[in-house]
Write a protein that binds this ligand. Structure first.
Ligand SMILES: *Cc1c(COP(=O)(O)O)cnc(C)c1O
Length: 381
């Protein structure tokens, strides 16, 4: 059978099982309303939690930077592509999250693959939460370390695994703080203490928490007053831009320059992107960031008052509604779309088999009326 025929057969099978994925087309800016496939809908599908993706200040910072610096940097940052804008952004991150050194990666996906690959090798062991993001899963696999998957948020189980493997060269625990598809949260204070007690290193992925939680939007670790060995944050979600950062110590950052393959072997970000991210940090750190976080929490609280069976932490922006069957969740998502409410259905392999769900994500830019409209629709379904 030709590759083409095999591809077609695989697609048919995915469609049969309600697992086929196809991208929709968006016109114009991201925001609480968005034009999807030519139809204006209220979007509850974006990770733009603070409504910054369409913010004119970010767009202007990007435009100004590309006007002066051009569109691309021409090579990996280790060759001729380490632009002043990258360095300025890293300094802004280090100042914001108060770490010894920050290193940018082109995406959060690349950051996880890069960090895990740089810090682990065969003979090491990595302990990974069962619901960690695909980029962490892939980073663990590529690292060649032994991977121990512990049950979601089960620190007693994690501790049992840790004590059984004290002889390894390096032991690293990796977890998200705010989990992307469940909207629940790791107990970061307890994780910090557990890692300290068992002399394990700790990587915390705060992709969905930076901007959203903690003092100045620095995330859950900052809120709890604990410091992971490596903190990963993204610019593409609450910060409304693109790319990711790794906040760590100078020695670990220097090692990443030598061993993190996505950093070494990939072209640096356009200066415009770095400039937009720096503009976003300014907003997120300040009083306006606090106001946006307050509005986001209020929207999240209101939705959960009206629809009590949603998942996720009380004030959190990720509110999944468990449906179970893949066909049913796509039908429900399509029905909401007809009502001009865009709520993405999430299916395996993004979530475990049998746990398909609507993933509702809220933004400070949603009006209370939008949230109430969604609630009315959900209550009917
Ligand atoms: C989205 C996400 C990433 C990937 O970030 P990108 O910048 O979109 O590549 C990494 N980790 C977690 C937990 C995420 O949710």
């Amino acid at each position: 059978m030709s590759l083409e025929d095999e591809a077609q057969r695989e697609l048919d099978e995915l469609r049969e099982r309600s697992l086929l994925r196809t991208p929709r087309v968006v016109d114009g800016r991201q925001g609480p309303t968005v034009v999807v496939d030519g139809r204006e809908v209220v979007s509850f599908s974006s990770n733009d939690y603070l409504g910054l993706a369409g913010d004119p200040r970010l767009a202007r910072a990007a435009a100004a930077a590309s006007e002066v610096e051009g569109a691309g940097v021409g090579s990996s940052r280790l060759v001729v592509g380490n632009h002043r804008e990258h360095v300025a952004l890293e300094a802004a991150v280090a100042d914001w999250v108060r770490c010894g050194a920050a290193t940018m990666f082109n995406t959060g996906y690349a950051a996880n693959v890069g960090v895990l690959g740089a810090l682990l090798r065969a003979g090491d062991v990595v302990f990974s939460d069962a619901l960690n993001h695909a980029s962490i899963v892939d980073g663990c696999r590529l690292s060649r370390a032994e991977v121990v998957v512990f049950p979601h948020r089960d620190l007693a189980a994690l501790e049992r695994e840790l004590v059984q493997r004290t002889d390894r060269r390096r032991r690293i625990v990796v977890s998200e703080s705010l989990f992307s598809m469940d909207g629940d949260c790791a107990d970061v204070a307890a994780l910090a203490e557990l890692c300290r007690r068992h002399d394990a290193a700790w990587i915390l992925d705060e992709a969905h928490a930076v901007g959203v939680r903690g003092p100045e939007g620095r995330g859950f670790a900052a809120e709890a007053g604990v410091v992971p060995d490596v903190l990963i944050g993204t610019f593409g979600k609450a910060l409304g831009s693109f790319g990711a950062f790794v906040a760590t110590t100078p020695a670990i950052a220097a090692l990443l320059w030598n061993r993190a393959r996505p950093l070494v072997f990939s072209t640096g970000l356009p200066p415009a992107v770095a400039a937009a991210s720096r503009a976003a940090i300014e907003v997120v750190r300040g009083g306006e960031g606090d106001e946006r976080r307050r509005m986001l929490a209020a929207r999240a609280t209101r939705l959960r008052e009206l629809v009590p069976d949603l998942g996720g932490i009380a004030e959190g922006p990720i509110a999944p509604r468990l449906v179970g069957s893949d066909a049913a969740v796509m039908k429900l998502s399509a029905r909401l779309f007809e009502e001009r409410l865009y709520v993405q259905g999430i299916r395996p392999p993004t979530v475990p088999v049998g746990t398909a769900r609507l993933r509702i994500s809220l933004s400070s830019a949603h009006t209370v009326e939008m949230v109430e409209q969604l609630a009315r629709s959900l209550v009917r379904s």
